[in-house]
Design a protein around this ligand. Structure first.
Ligand code: NDP
Ligand code: HSE
Length: 467
């Protein structure tokens, strides 16, 4: 075998170390699958004095990004720094220098995908990013290649391993939110700034990438309604459980195409339902209202215990994709962590070595001007059922005030739970209301008025229902 593919690793933290380990420990297997050797030529880090895994060859380490990018023995630059600052410069400079790029950086692609992909097309180079969404789960290839005959009609996914790890630990091990987050950080799942994990930003970045591949939309951050898991109290997990539900942070994309009888928004209803398996799908939990629109949002959602996504535990991710030809398919696996993410990065390197990645990149025309006619639905028009938890004074008329406000906004109540106070000490008691379908805008207006009631002791906590 000849014609070695030279690689520069820019960033050698959690993921970079994993990539180096795979390339060095499995060099022979990888060379066989790639048809030629893959050689790690350079490793760039910020701090040369930091202790590193013993497998990292010290002689390859430096802090000189430019030298790595411009090394003639390097054909691929692997960006594993993260963020949208220096990482963006690395990617653009590498492309301009005629190098292919592999990245796991979803924040960068979500924010600057248009600019980066245009630079790649200009330079006739390829950007690979399997690891940027769902870690070790090959969802980018599934959407871009295996499902290429389909128009995707909906995506429902768990895309942040850290949040799913925290919610699982709170529900199953009674861990506090803070202790569960610390454990996720220690295991290498969390972002450098873990706020991005828990406030839904990281999942929104990944959803923006999936929406680009599936619908050709370049969603701006404000077009993805986003709510994180920070407001989830152990009491919400218990109430949800009592009602038959599990709380998951979901990233969802729902299209608004019509079924043949004119009914809107059946999950997986598709562009042409004569081709779809729409009979398999239950009614959509979130319903866009406009034609050929896609509603994108990230939020905690109450899923029935029996729902497939409710059973995804720990740092695992799962993506349910509804295609108008195939019907429903599910992709599941480790969504964060060193080795699962390295698995996807190295798969991209093998694809580049073989030459497959270059062909699919050129055909996909991602972030190009060639749209597919989809628009992004304003979040406030999306319809959903809601779980609403209030802390209220245990006094006459309180419930009447709350239900009147909901009625004013045409929001109908599906169920209501209030347990007797453990002690009659005059303190506030939790009140849980589950609504029928309501437009998000109307529901939020009602919440504003409810929060203003003097008998409501703390801001309302509310989540969408998954059914
Ligand atoms: P880490 O923080 O563990 O590693 C970052 C690396 O970048 C470190 O090696 C650091 O150097 C280096 N670095 C930072 N700034 C500079 C700079 N100015 N010049 C040169 N090197 C620099 O991050 P992760 O490995 O966790 O994440 C990397 C990327 O992968 C991110 O985009 C992340 O979103 C993505 N990702 C992460 C996953 C995970 O599970 N962790 C999963 C999927 C994607 P030094 O070592 O000296 O500090
Ligand atoms: N911090 C991310 C997560 C890493 O927890 O999912 C994988 O992208």
């Amino acid at each position: 075998m000849s014609d070695t593919l030279g690689i520069a690793l820019v960033g050698c933290g959690t993921v970079g170390t994993g990539v180096a380990r795979v390339l060095l420990a499995h060099a022979e297997r990888i060379a066989q699958r790639a048809g030629r050797p893959l050689a790690l030529r350079r490793i760039v880090v910020q701090n040369l004095n930091k202790p590193r895994d013993a497998i990292i060859p010290r002689e390859l380490l430096s802090t000189d990004i430019a030298a790595a990018i411009h090394d003639p023995a390097v054909q691929v630059v692997v960006e594993l720094i993260g963020g949208t600052g220096i990482a963006k410069t690395v990617v653009l400079e590498a492309l301009t220098a005629g190098k292919h790029v592999v990245t796991a950086n979803k924040a960068l692609l979500a924010d600057c995908g248009g600019e980066i992909f245009e630079a790649a097309r200009q330079a006739e180079r390829t950007v690979c990013f399997e690891a940027a969404v769902a870690g070790g789960v090959p969802i980018i290839r599934a959407l871009g290649e295996s499902l290429a005959a389909n128009q995707v009609t909906a995506i429902q996914a768990i895309l942040n391993g850290t949040s799913n790890f925290i919610l699982t630990a709170m529900a199953e091990r009674n861990l506090s939110y803070t202790a569960a987050l610390a454990e996720a950080q220690q295991l290498g799942y969390a972002e450098a700034d873990p706020t991005l994990d828990v406030d839904g930003s990281d999942a929104a970045h990944k959803l923006a990438i999936l929406a680009q591949i599936s619908f050709g939309v370049a969603a701006k951050p404000h077009e993805i309604a986003r709510q994180g898991i920070e407001t989830i109290d152990p009491m919400d997990i218990r109430f949800a459980h009592e009602l038959g539900y599990t709380i998951k942070l979901l990233a969802e994309a729902w299209t608004s195409t019509r079924t043949p009888n004119g009914e809107r928004g059946m999950r997986g209803g598709g562009l042409d339902t004569t081709l779809s398996n729409s009979g398999l799908h239950p009614a959509a939990p979130h319903r866009p209202t406009a034609e050929k629109a896609v509603a994108l949002h990230v939020a905690p959602v109450l899923l029935r215990h029996t729902d497939l996504l409710a059973q995804v535990r720990g740092a695992y991710n799962a993506v349910l994709v509804y295609g108008d030809i195939v019907g429903e398919t599910l992709y599941q696996g480790p969504g964060a962590g060193q080795m699962p993410t390295a698995s996807s990065v190295v798969a991209d390197l093998i694809d580049l070595a073989v030459g497959r990645a270059q062909r699919t990149f050129a055909a996909a025309k991602l972030w190009s001007r060639e749209g597919r006619g989809f628009t992004v639905e304003p979040p406030e028009r999306v319809r959903s059922r809601f779980y609403l938890r209030l802390l209220v004074a245990d006094k006459p008329g309180v419930l009447a005030d709350i239900t009147r406000i909901l009625a004013d906004e045409q929001i109908s109540i599906s169920s209501l739970v209030q347990h007797e106070a453990a002690e009659d000490n005059g303190g506030p008691v939790p009140l849980v209301i589950v609504t029928h379908y309501a437009a998000t805008g109307r529901f939020r207006r009602a919440i504003e008025r409810i929060n203003a009631l003097r008998t409501v002791a703390a801001p309302a906590v509310f989540f969408s229902m998954g059914d």
